[in-house]
Design a protein around this ligand. Sequence first.
Ligand code: 5GP
Length: 189
Amino acid sequence: MEKLKERILSEASILSSDVLKLDGLLNHQVDPELTMEMGREFARLYAEERITKVITVESSGIPVAFATALTLGVPLVFARRKKTLIADPDALTERVPSFTKGIVTDIMVSRQYLMPQDRVLFIDDIIANGDAARGLIKIIERSGAQLAGLGIVVEKSFQAGARTLREQEIRVESLVRIASLEGGKITFA
Ligand code: 5GP
């Protein structure tokens, strides 16, 4: 998406050679019209896939996942970041390292919102090492639902996440791919 590249160039700041700050359009403030365009693009890419549910992880994936779900006419489920140690027999839980926070968090989806007959599209804001994606994919597998693929707004293709998933024959569609942040410069793939 050319418009998204332009917005990234004008609004993103580079925090280090592997971290981009995208608060102005993904992680703090949301542009509803641009977000709807992203959702329509993911819905177009997965139009033939008989998606029954869109899934994401709270919180930054929710706006674009909502836009996708609205366009496809299906529910949106967001995995919650669990703060309790109380075991819930109805919850599917995975522990994932957080790329930006440097901690591990537990993500959780209730079984009632992910059924074996579901065909799921996983939407997220950014993919780096792929830990969040792998955690959610394990939850989807354990629920018995089928994963149709991933829709990622910004793929940092110099990190291994998206590549590793594609090597496992998982469909990953990214709206923008960043090849490098070296030298304080954003280079698109
Ligand atoms: P992963 O699990 O793929 O390593 O990281 C994915 C998650 O970490 C994303 O959902 C995103 O919120 C966060 N993340 C990864 N890299 C970046 C980055 O460069 N900038 C920001 N703002 N968040 C990131």
